[in-house]
Structures are given as C-alpha cells and as structure tokens.
Write a protein that binds this ligand. Sequence first.
Ligand code: FES
Length: 94
Amino acid sequence: MAKVHIIDENRTIDVPDGSLLLELDGKTNLLFACREGVCTTCLVDVVEGMENLEEPGEMESMTLSTLPPGTAKNPRLMCVSKIKSGTIKIKFVQ
Ligand code: FES
C-alpha cells in the first residue's frame, strides 16, 4: 500500500500501489469535479514524494501549463495522477 499524507487535514490515507489518486474522492475535503485533468479543482502541491508519482500524462501536462506562475511548487492534479508506491505529502492549493 502507498500512503497519501494530507497536510491540511493532518492525516494519512492508504491507497493501493499503482492506483489513480482519484481514490481520494470522498475520503478527503479535496474536491473532484471533471475527473479528467481539465478543471484543476483537485489541484494540490506535492510537498514530498514527487518521485513516487508517475510522470504527468498529456492532458495533465497541458492543464498544468496553464496555471499562473507561482501557483504551487510541485503542482499535480490528483484525479489523473498515479502513485507508484511509497508516501507522498500533499497540500491543497484551492
Ligand atoms: S477533477 Fe478536474 S482536474 Fe481533477
């Protein structure tokens, strides 16, 4: 099992290795709308463990490239991000 530590909620959620982080839907206060990497509702800043996420796909990369500079240090969209294994620590951006 991989772990997602949510700094804003001070808790850790277990998710299966290799799973999409859409897994967090309904388990945190992070909101998911489009679930396709377009709307940025599920945008987070990955504070630790960026290496434990798979590289962003085409849609996520395109959406992240439209963010204003300085929005987040390591921005990722949880609905389309896949965790390999290990732990990531995230902070809500919105
Ligand atoms: S829910 Fe829209 S980008 Fe993730």
